[in-house]
Design a binder for this molecule. Structure first.
Ligand code: NAP
Length: 320
């Protein structure tokens, strides 16, 4: 196993769920001499200072990038190009520049033109998250046993890619490398489409006239509750994901609509065999995910396991 790399200065540009989790985990693992962070708003920067997780909070992206050995953009994908332009002249030769964006093709296209020669560009996507955002939402264990996908351009020095891979492994992640195009296709089906479906179904349920809003909330079954959790994800981040991964999402959405039409037809025709066969296949996929350790086999109870409610005992009758 490789020893954890020691970066003299790590700059985190953006400090929400992902930036905050990297800071916490990198600090716990002692991966940096200094962790410097910045965020767009004064409010977030003040909160990061209060949290005391990083060594220094600076006001501008350029100040963060100055003299850093590793710069990670932890901001919505739509903002990555402009920030790359802003920090370009502040990057020191030999620095590794990375990001954590959920879309890789567009981010690489937006950032690469601004990065000077002598800087190593290694885009990354930790496939780990929650529906929470902001500087308080991060935690050090977020990346443990989760995949981090690197999509280095062909001209990137493999040693820089390996150095970043070792960094992510030290945060607990498992590493994969692929092209940005392949990443975007895979994630369109495993992440982007499910989010779009969740956003749709929660919106649909909310607009149904004959089912009151309070009934939707009160009787939300496991399936719907899971959708509401996903649909609570950050609107800015997800707007940017769909805009940046338009082609792959539209391709997957086309396939999804065809499958949905097949199931609609099976229900309309009372074709139980078709439904049973489909649900059997999807159940096997779920088992496969559990078997490779990507999720727990524990039943999703939807709330913490607690004790049964106290049922008042019948009062003993006088004289017994
Ligand atoms: P977040 O909690 O909302 O934090 C975003 C950070 O980016 C904040 O510090 C915010 O600053 C800053 N920011 C927002 N807009 C900006 C802009 N236009 N220019 C510069 N900075 C800006 O988001 P996150 O969940 O950490 O997501 C960050 C990145 O990680 C996204 O690219 C996302 O695709 C990727 N990602 C997310 C997840 C997930 O589940 N959330 C998983 C994997 C990857 P202020 O607070 O000052 O506004």
């Amino acid at each position: 196993m490789n020893a954890a790399p020691h970066f003299k200065k790590i700059a985190l540009i953006g400090f929400g769920l992902i930036g905050g989790s990297i800071a916490r985990a990198a600090r716990e693992q002692g991966l940096a001499g200094e962790i410097v962070a910045t965020a767009r708003s004064a409010k977030t920067r003040a909160r990061v200072s209060e949290l005391g997780i990083v060594d220094r909070v600076v006001e501008t992206n350029a100040q963060a990038a100055d003299d850093a050995d590793l710069v990670i953009l932890c901001i919505p994908v739509g903002a990555c190009g402009a920030v790359a332009q802003e920090i370009a002249t502040h990057l020191k030769p030999g620095a590794i520049v990375s990001d954590v964006g959920s879309v890789k093709g567009a981010v690489a296209r937006d950032m690469a033109p601004y990065l000077p020669a002598g800087v190593h560009f290694v885009p990354a996507h930790p496939v780990a998250g929650t529906e929470y955002s902001g500087p308080d939402s991060g935690f050090a264990e977020l990346f443990v046993d989760r995949w981090c996908i690197l999509t280095p351009p062909p001209e990137t020095d493999p040693q820089a890619t390996e150095r970043l891979a070792v960094f992510w492994r030290a945060l607990g992640a498992k590493l994969a490398t692929m092209t940005p195009e392949h990443h975007d296709l895979v994630l369109a089906v495993t992440s982007h489409l499910p989010h779009l479906i969740a956003y749709t179904i929660v919106g649909t349920a909310n607009e149904l006239g004959e089912v009151t809003e309070s009934e939707v909330l009160q009787f939300s079954a496991g399936g719907f509750r899971d959708f509401t959790r996903i649909a609570a994800s950050d609107p800015t981040m997800w707007r940017d994901v769909f805009l940046a991964n338009k082609d792959a999402v539209l391709e997957m959405l086309g396939a999804f609509q065809e499958d949905l039409s097949r199931l609609t037809r099976a229900i309309r025709r009372g074709d139980g065999d078709a439904l049973f066969e489909h649900f059997t296949r999807t159940r096997a996929i779920r088992r496969g995910i559990v078997n490779i350790g990507q999720d727990s086999a524990a039943p999703d109870f939807g709330r913490p396991h607690g004790s049964l409610p106290q049922v008042p005992k019948p009062q003993a009758a006088d004289g017994e």
